[in-house]
Design a protein. Structure first.
Ligand SMILES: Nc1nc2c(ncn2[C@@H]2O[C@H](COP(=O)(O)OP(=O)(O)OP(=O)(O)O)[C@@H](O)[C@H]2O)c(=O)[nH]1
Ligand SMILES: [Mg+2]
Length: 251
């Protein structure tokens, strides 16, 4: 069985958990796929899905906070470090999840995956099961201008660099688009170049960064998805499928 591991990464409250639940439901309903879900967030209290593998069985977040006298961010960093240290246990549990798709929900502290060692270590464990693909979520409520769009694409590129797996950037909560400035951020990267404003250091920098993205980013429009309306799920599935086909399966 070729298991496809899809990991949802993004800043706090960008919609990772909701998308994990909604995309899992969609894959089952539309494709009759066999889907398993993994919760890697040790601090989450309630989930809108029943995880097949739950990191809370391996790490007691509340106990960690009280015993080590840590605040929520410090405890999260420690918890994911501990998880990376339990890689054999994690790997054994992951190997038991035989399914078409394994959807992995990650903690909101996205620096864990982008700046620290623990996120890449966890991805390495996933790689031993099958080649994972990362969906990087950008929250529609904070991406409204060309420069914010460039930053959103750049974050996906940073994730690509740090995790060494394919990364698909998505714009989450697209059902809120109507109430937001319906603007530039769904455009192709190439169209961002030249639309970065008139002169000044900021527009020059944005323009130069957009050129870098044009060279290195996945040549795709950012896909707008909504966990509420399921808009964009067919497009997301198509891109996921294309990326897996392009990379081949490592199983
Ligand atoms: N309108 C709308 N709201 C959404 C959508 N996805 C998530 N939300 C809301 O955004 C908030 C955060 O959603 P979560 O799914 O918990 O986000 P998360 O990235 O898992 O959050 P953390 O794990 O805390 O980082 C919740 O209030 C959700 O109801 C969406 O597609 N549309
Ligand atoms: Mg979450």
């Amino acid at each position: 069985m070729n298991t496809r591991i899809v990991v949802f990464v993004g800043p706090g409250a960008s919609g990772k958990t909701s998308l994990t639940a909604a995309f899992s439901d969609w894959l089952v309903r539309e494709l009759n796929a066999d889907v398993k879900t993994v919760n890697l967030d040790p601090a989450v209290e309630r989930l809108p899905y029943v995880p097949d593998l739950d990191v809370r069985e391996l790490i007691d977040f509340r106990k960690l906070m009280s015993e080590e006298g840590l605040g929520p961010n410090g405890a999260m960093i420690k918890a994911v470090d501990m998880l990376a240290g339990k890689s054999r246990d994690l790997l054994n549990r992951l190997r038991k999840l035989r399914a078409d798709y394994v959807l992995v929900d990650t903690p909101g502290l996205s620096e864990l995956f982008l700046l620290r060692d623990s996120g890449p270590k966890v991805i390495k464990v996933l790689k031993r099961v099958a080649l994972p693909l990362v969906i990087y979520l950008n929250d529609v409520t904070v991406s409204k201008s060309v420069s914010e769009t460039v930053v959103a694409y750049l974050m996906s590129l940073v994730a690509r660099l740090r995790l060494d797996v394919p990364v698909i950037p998505v714009l989450s909560k697209s059902d809120l688009l109507k109430r937001q400035l319906k603007k530039t951020f769904l455009d192709e990267v190439s169209s961002l170049v030249g639309r970065t404003g008139q002169g000044g250091l900021l527009s020059e920098l944005t323009s130069e960064l957009a050129k870098i993205l044009e060279m290195y980013a996945i040549p795709t429009r950012m896909i707008a998805v909504s966990a509420v309306t399921m808009e964009g799920f067919q497009s997301l599935y198509t891109v996921i499928h294309e990326v897996f086909c392009a990379c081949g399966d490592l199983t």
